[in-house]
Design a binder for this molecule. Structure first.
Ligand SMILES: *Cc1c(COP(=O)(O)O)cnc(C)c1O
Length: 377
């Protein structure tokens, strides 16, 4: 094989669009409009159009976007915010940082996402918001979650860092992009995300004019008018240079999602007869954009499989090895013996295989054959 297999191949992806990117970056530097330059506005409206959402507010990174969302909702110290226990730390980190209480709940064993049924059991009089995470690339069942949120008068912030471009279908046939269904959606343009820039970046989405105004103000030092500060805010901007790159990459996003889906189907087929493996379960009412191709190893040999693959030159990752409620930083929010059975077993069973936009068929087939070899020998 020519190149070693990688989890994410940003280099080859760059080379395919190098001319466009290089020219745009040179032009951007030449313009010296590094902060709030024209590309930022262009990206904002481009993403609004792509997602069919009224407002996109670009910001510095995905973690900031979650924080700004929570600041805009007027939550108060001690309010409870429900989030999954099986997610990237950022989701719950900002809840705790703002003096709110992260209530970390179980996830569905097949979709890895939280559900309305799970959320409802965790609602108390102190609950103020829910943060569904569209893990690995498919949307949570947002229709049921929004119904529940309306019933209990709760805010919903979708953490859409992993599922940009996924489409959710409501029971009446209406569709919406993940991240545009809750009161606020948040996302990240970290380089390895499905729409990644060449550094840090993030954005917020909402159809609510008031919330949009508030979030824009918070991201800009709490000011609407320069040097007049209405609320305490932060400094969270998307660099013009990053917006310039994102404007180009947004045009390829659907192709990238399609490439990821093709690879996922390839894996699905190759592994369908391995009974010790559970390939990703596709939710009937959401498309999947395969930020990760994450399987469950059902025979207790997940770590052995990872070691075996590594020896064969195949990278793999464990997202996530430890439930949030077991992280040292989160002990202040849970009893020391707190445990959720599905989350616990997922941390022992999941493994993510390389799936990216530039993977060659030859590499795919090599990965498939080595996984098959592991289980058949
Ligand atoms: C990547 C990610 C974030 C944070 O995004 P950053 O841009 O790295 O701050 C938040 N939530 C989830 C689920 C993520 O995967």
């Amino acid at each position: 094989m020519k190149e070693p297999i990688q989890m994410v191949d940003l280099k080859t992806q760059y080379h395919h669009i190098k001319e466009e990117i290089d020219q745009a970056v040179i032009d951007c530097i030449g313009s010296t409009a590094f902060i709030n330059g024209p590309s930022v506005k262009e990206f904002q409206s481009g993403l609004e159009k792509y997602l069919d959402v009224k407002h996109v507010i670009p910001c510095a990174n995905g973690t900031d976007s979650l924080q700004i969302a929570m600041m805009a909702l007027g939550l108060e110290r001690g309010d409870e915010v429900i989030c999954p226990s099986f997610t990237y730390v950022a989701t719950a980190e900002v809840i705790g940082l703002l003096g709110l209480i992260p209530v970390m709940v179980e996830v569905d064993e097949n979709t890895f996402n939280i559900t309305a049924e799970i959320i409802e059991k965790a609602i108390t009089p102190k609950t103020k918001a829910i943060v569904p995470v569209h893990l690995y690339g498919q949307s949570c069942d947002m229709e049921l979650i929004m119904k529940l949120a309306n019933k209990y008068n709760l805010f919903v912030i979708e953490d859409n860092a992993q599922a940009i471009g996924a489409t959710y279908t409501f029971s009446d046939g209406r569709t919406a992009k993940a991240g545009t269904i809750g009161h606020i959606g948040s996302t990240s343009f970290f380089p390895s995300k499905n729409l990644g820039c060449y550094g840090d970046g993030g954005a917020l989405m909402t159809n609510d004019d008031e919330l949009a105004k508030k979030m824009r103000m918070i991201a800009n030092h709490g000011q609407e008018k320069k040097y007049y500060h209405k609320v305490l805010g932060c400094n969270s901007r998307l660099d013009t240079l990053q917006a310039t790159i994102l404007n180009i990459k947004l045009r390829y996003l659907d192709n990238y999602s399609q490439a990821r889906n093709q690879m996922a189907s390839h894996y699905d087929t190759a592994f369908e007869n391995i009974k010790e493996l559970q390939v990703p379960v596709r939710q009937f009412n959401s498309t999947h954009v395969f930020h990760q191709y994450t399987m469950k190893v059902k025979n207790g040999k997940r770590n052995e499989l990872q070691k075996f693959l590594s020896e064969k030159g195949i990278p793999s990752m464990i997202y996530y090895p430890l439930p949030l409620y077991r992280q040292e930083a989160f002990q202040q929010f849970v009893d020391s013996n707190f445990k959720l059975p599905i989350t616990e077993s997922l941390c022992d069973e999941v493994i993510s295989l390389p799936v990216h936009t530039e993977m060659e068929l030859e590499s795919m087939e090599y990965v498939c054959s080595q996984v098959q070899l592991f289980f058949n020998s």
